[in-house]
Design a binder for this molecule. Structure first.
Ligand code: ZN
Ligand code: FE
Length: 257
């Protein structure tokens, strides 16, 4: 299985998975760059996977369906809003494509019906949409902090070498916030240098790994003493909230490098 990032809009990645001339795409917000890549590589589109209903993740589906008669897998809870889902999915469902078996994980928070796709293997592959970002997490448009925290805990419990394919290139701005939270974290400082050099060469900072995220992502580290102390200081100065994860998320919402 080969996995490529197709850049879209300003900072989205549409992930293209291919094997033996067959391909699937995850969250095709725009059809044009997908069509171009399929043509260039001589690939047959076999399916579309969707994580949640936002336009930058689903906007290209109808156009792709005009040229390709393929199934569209996506969250049952958001099928009404997405419209083009042929195979609605729920937590615990399985999707077999390109010789891989993807487990469906419900990960509410960014949206209420948000799902992620996890293919166990060496390494495992995780397509997590706008739930987990490298060094960050999605904004809470629909869910509660408690829901997002539980969703991230669930993802963080997957094997450490799991490759994490997020949908946005937000890593540098997330790392700036992470540094404000944890200025003494050496893994974080080292990774920032690495990502700065990748981005200077216009290379994606993704995929990440769960092991790396556990070392650098403040949203997976709220119980670490240094993170907990920083969050408490911020919450004390800003009138709460009491819940550390909720406070960290609110701190990030208002953070301007
Ligand atoms: Zn989104
Ligand atoms: Fe998005």
């Amino acid at each position: 299985m080969q996995i490529d990032a197709i850049p879209a809009f300003t900072d989205n990645y549409i992930w293209l998975l291919s094997h033996d001339g067959d391909a699937i795409v995850v969250d095709p917000g725009d059809a044009t760059p997908v069509e171009r890549r399929l043509r260039e590589r001589g690939l047959r589109l076999r399916a579309v996977l969707v994580t949640h209903h936002h336009p930058d993740h689903v906007g290209g589906i109808d156009h792709l369906l005009q040229d390709h008669r393929v199934p569209v897998y996506g969250p049952a809870a958001e099928a009404d809003r997405i419209g083009s889902i042929s195979d609605p999915l729920q937590d615990g469902d399985r999707v077999d494509l390109l010789g891989a078996s993807f487990e469906v994980l419900a990960v509410p928070g960014h949206t209420l019906g948000h799902i992620a796709y996890y293919a166990p293997g060496e390494p495992g592959l995780l397509f997590c949409g706008d739930t987990l970002f490298s060094a960050g997490c999605g904004r809470l448009f629909e869910g509660t902090p408690q829901q997002m925290h539980a969703s991230l805990d669930r993802l963080a419990g997957l094997p450490p070498d799991t490759r994490v394919y997020c949908t946005h290139e937000y890593t540098l701005s997330n790392l700036a916030f992470a540094r404000a939270v944890e200025p003494g974290n050496r893994a974080l400082a080292q990774h920032l240098e690495h990502v700065e050099s990748l981005r200077a060469q216009q290379r994606p900072s993704l995929p990440s790994t769960l092991q790396l995220e556990r070392e650098i992502n403040p949203f997976l580290r709220v119980q670490e003493p240094m993170v907990a102390a920083a969050v408490r200081r911020w919450a004390d100065a800003h009138g709460g909230p009491d819940d550390p994860f909720a406070a960290l998320r609110r701190w990030k919402d208002g953070f301007r490098g």
